[in-house]
Ligand binder design. Sequence first.
Ligand SMILES: [Mg+2]
Length: 323
Amino acid sequence: MPSEFDLIARYFSRGPVQRADVLLGVGDDCALLEVPAGRQLAVSIDTLVEGTHFARDADPRALGHKALAVNLSDLAAMGAEPAWATLALTLPAADESWLAAFAGGFLALAERHGVQLVGGDTTRGPRSITVQVHGFVEPGRALRRDGARAGDLVYVTGTLGDAGLALLAQQGLFVGLGVLDGLRERLDRPTPRLAEGRALAGIASAAIDVSDGLAADLGHVCAASGVGATLFLERLPCSAAVRDYVAGTGDWSVPLAAGDDYELCLTVPAARQAEAEALGATLPAGLHWIGTIERVAGVRLVLPDGGTIDQAPVGYDHFAGDD
Ligand SMILES: [Mg+2]
């Protein structure tokens, strides 16, 4: 296996992004970074392990994208602007074609968002990928989980359930071939909603990215904020494929409880509804009203026929289908 320095230098040190706030990047014992005056540093880290988070034969280019995307999604959920990343790779053997493809996916997404890779480490062992990202946010504007208040409105960006439906398709559910590629793109190459998070920082009262499933992630916001919520299922934004699936099976768990969509779920004070919705109309993923924050703990559901479910399912279970 080439030395740690060789691997990093070959595939990562000539990254496409060179930022002025990086005083010293890859190659020394530490990177030296300059946080802009008057901004706070937002930091997040995430590990993907082979066999747990991705399959041995996963496309390395998609994996490079996803490893960075899930971290950028956490910055988006804080309303932060991304700046830097570090990468720790554990690999069973020197596989240069794997590494080249992985670096290609990683660096292409980094370039799209102006993120410079400023350091890394490689180790021999069972394959795992750890990415840490660093971003900036104005003091007082970070979108924390604990800011939701009774009376706030609940919004979500984009569409829900596409990644979950792609997983079901991988497990044998039939979906039309014309639809499958789009669903797999959502699962394999999620889009971090950075523009949406930035735009709503200072307006939303709380936010989280939907990684575990909407009900679970909104449940995290409610628990941190000491409130509860009601979601209106007919308001959930879904692609045609997910709408068809729900209509055919009655199974709402795909948009409600499947993870991996990496949309943002935000709460907005009623006084700022018009401002948020006007902004939302200009955002790439859009902004959709789906429910309300209430005093009583828990996440409740209102079905399209007006029926209610007192406790939203969390985690990936079928709960309303015929099985
Ligand atoms: Mg998150």
